[in-house]
Structures are given as structure tokens and as C-alpha cells.
Design a protein around this ligand. Sequence first.
Ligand code: AMP
Length: 514
Amino acid sequence: MRVPLTVGDFLERAALVYPDRVAVVDEPTTPGSFGSMTYGQLHQRARGMAAALDDLGVGPGARVAIVSPNAARFVTAFYGVSGFGRILVPVNFRLNPDEVSYIIEHSGATVLLLDPELDATLSAVQAKHRILLDGVADAELFAPATRDPERWVDPDEEATASINYTSGTTARPKGVQLTHRNLWLNAVTFGWHAGVTDRDVYLHTLPMFHCNGWGMPYAVTSMGVKQVVLRKVDGEDILRRVDEHGVTLLCGAPAVVAAILDAAEQRRARGDEIPGRQRVRMIVAGAPPPSKTIERVETELGWEFIQIYGLTETSPFLTMNRAPAEWDGLPSGERAQLLARAGVPGIGVKMAVDGEGEVLARANHVFAGYWEQPDETAKAIRDGWFHTGDGGFLDGPYVVIADRKKDVIISGGENVSSIEVEDALYQHPAVAEACVIGVPDEKWGETVKALVVLKEGATATEAEIIEFSRGRLAHFKCPTSIEIRDALTRTATGKLQKFKMRAPYWEGRDKAIN
Ligand code: AMP
């Protein structure tokens, strides 16, 4: 027997087994907050959403974009949209109007769901149905079902469930097509390795738009886990909710860990308790965390530190580093060093490193392709392996990520395409040449730096160029420093030697990424 694996399964199970359990605690400050809802209610809302999409004439395969910070409506959309055969397009809510418009147009989204706080800034972004998530305009869309939605007649696990746009090696973000099968297998594998059970309480610290919250929302839903929404990352707020809701599990980039550690330090200085000792598992990815940070998570917070590695293109789960029993007695520093590696392959994942040091992966959750960019897909998946663009090596079964082959800067867990930033800088009338690199940053891991050569006779200050980039790019992509130079380092044939220009900023470190 072969039953198609579709994301609807996760909520179907929760609604059957745990109908009266609290499913989602919405952010109280969200306009039209859902408050607290059970799995039975979440199921009814997802069905209601599907029925409302039927009424709008939005059929299977249609794209529904959502631009919103974390919210209970986002969780609902994972099922109300993808679960009934439409394709969800989660968009980074920090992008500027141009960037969002590009994604809406490129994906062909006919429905745009928009957080009301973004309405003014994104006023130029249009779609056939532009609906504010304010509890009024979206009242029908999120009302519990009063009738059965049209059935997804021919559920297909190979159908695309979501298109997640990611900045990478091209000037414009690419749409990563994740199928139901990709998301399903990612969620069960990730959830299994993370030991998700029906006793967990999950805090949504990770943006849901980022690779569907790494797929963890699906995994925790199927187990009837209580999910607490966090709209904005704040260290103290996280600690408060860990305490208030008895949180056991959360995910985030190293920058989130840093915010939590800062808040914990302030608590200690005030003589306040740190909640969650011996209870919380914190899953970290997006950049290699320093081993000192790992050690602090385990000793100062008393939380279990788990690292994963993956990409949007891999749904994302590829490897996990979770301390095995053999490390139990080790001194904390040594343990932290072992945990600093990206980890061992998850079940069904194969990892390799090619002759040039590029990390390769093979798994059932590697994406179907870039939306309408078959050439880019062919470059990424070659000879049966997905080329990650990350540089690294194997230490026994452990993958270590030490470098980056692709032109991407990862700042606070979000990807920035250096080519895209260079493109924006070239539009400045005084800029003759630009080279954008990632340099180490205490708070964000890496930050964007631009080396710029001005046109002859032209003048521009560092502040002016930064301001100029802010008019064209999302804030997190803009350079935080500019160096005006006489020339850039090039090969004899004129090719930019980025790695050489980058090297001085990374001197004395064992990794060339952060
Ligand atoms: P994204 O597609 O936005 O999730 O970004 C994926 C990229 O994040 C990878 O290609 C890596 O460069 C980086 N990354 C993710 N997890 C890790 C990790 N554990 N260690 C080092 N880099 C990571």
C-alpha cells in the first residue's frame, strides 16, 4: 500500500488524538490575537481557511504568500493552505517593498496575506487578493469551518507544498520548491532525532518564514505539542515564557542564543532564577556557534545544546550534533568543542565532501528545484548530489562546516547575497567598483562590509553610501561599514579575489565563517 505523505497528516493526527489540548498560544499583542486554541479548533480554522480559499476561487496549485512575523495565523496557514493542495509562499517580513513584490510576482501568488503592521511600508505590494491579517479583513479566512472544504481530490506527495525564497548565489532570491514528501520526511526525521514527544512544549523563536520554521512546526503539531508564539526575539521575553509555559524545546540562530545568554546574565545579576534548567533543549543552526557559547548554554542556563546543519534547499535537516551518552562525564569545555561540529547525518541522509572541499548531501528532503529556474536547479543538483556551497570536512561521521564557497553572508541567521548588495551599490553615482564581504561580528556572527572604489573625481562618504543602500535593500542586508579603497584585489584576468580581501578580517580564527 502506498499512502501519499502530505502535510495535512500532521494536523489530522493531532486533531484526532489531542482535540482538547492547547495547540497554539498566540502572541497577545498581535492584532486580532487568537489567544489560546486547541488542536480541535486549529483543525477547524485550517478547514475554514481552505473553504474560504475555495470561495475566492483559489484552487489547488495556486500560490498563497504570507508576510508576517510569527503568529497563530501562520501556523494555521501551514495546514489551511498546503494541507489542501495550495502552495504556501512564506516571505521574510524584513524585506523591502521591491523585494517582496519580486517574490509575489515571481511565484505568481494570487493571494497575499499581510501583517497589518507592514501594510504601510508594503503599500505598493499588490496581489489579486491582498488580505490584512488584522482580525477584520481576514475574519472569514480564519473563521472555523461551517462546511466541508472541497477535498484535495488527488493528493500527491510530489506536489509542491511551499516555495521558500532564499538569497544565495544570484542577485535575486530563488524560490525553493519543497514538496509534501520533502516536508513530511524532514519533519519526522528532525522530530525523531530531536526526541519530540507529546510532553514537549515548543516556543516559536525561529521565524516561521525561515524554511517553514525548519519544519519543526509540523513535527510538534503531529505530537499534540503546545506551541507558544513569539512575535519578536527578546532574550528576557524568551526566559519569561520558558518559565510561564514550561517550555522544553526551542530553535534559533546563534544570535538568539546570544540574546538569551545576555538576558540570563542580567537575571543572575539581579539574583533572579534562570528557568528551564535540566528541561530545555535548544536547537541551533544557521552558523557555527562558538564553543564558548555552547559551553555557556550548558553550564549557565543548564539547557541541552543541540546543533543542526542544513539549508532551505534541504528542508532543512541534514545533520545533528546531540551529545551521545559517551560524552556524559566529559568536562564542559571538551563537550562544547565536540558539540561545535555540525553533526552526524540524520537517518536517510548521506553527506560527502568533494575534492574542492564542498559539502554535498543526498536525502529525501532535498528540494524539487528552484521555481521556474531549471538552470539554477541543474547547477545545484549534479550527479545525484546536492551542492551546498558550504566548505568543510569530515571528522569521522561528523561534518564540520569551516568555510563558504558561495557568495553568501549569514548575518543573524539570515542569508544575504553579496552580489545583490554589490548590485545596489553600483547604482550609486560615485561608485566605480564594489566588493561585498562578510566580516566577523560580535552580535550577528557576520556582518556586511563593502569595499568600494570611487569614480575618478567623485566623492562620497561611508555614511552616505550606507544610507543609499538602505533605500534599496532590506535593513539586514545593508553594509554596516564601508571602506573606500584605491583598488580592489583582482587576478591577472581581472576577476575579483574576494577570499583574499576577506582574509585579513578573519586572521587568527580557525574558521572563515561565523
Ligand atoms: P538557509 O538556507 O537560509 O537556511 O541557510 C543555509 C546556510 O546556513 C548553509 O548553507 C550554511 O552556510 C549555514 N548554516 C546552517 N547551519 C549551519 C551550521 N550548523 N554551521 C554552519 N553553517 C550553517
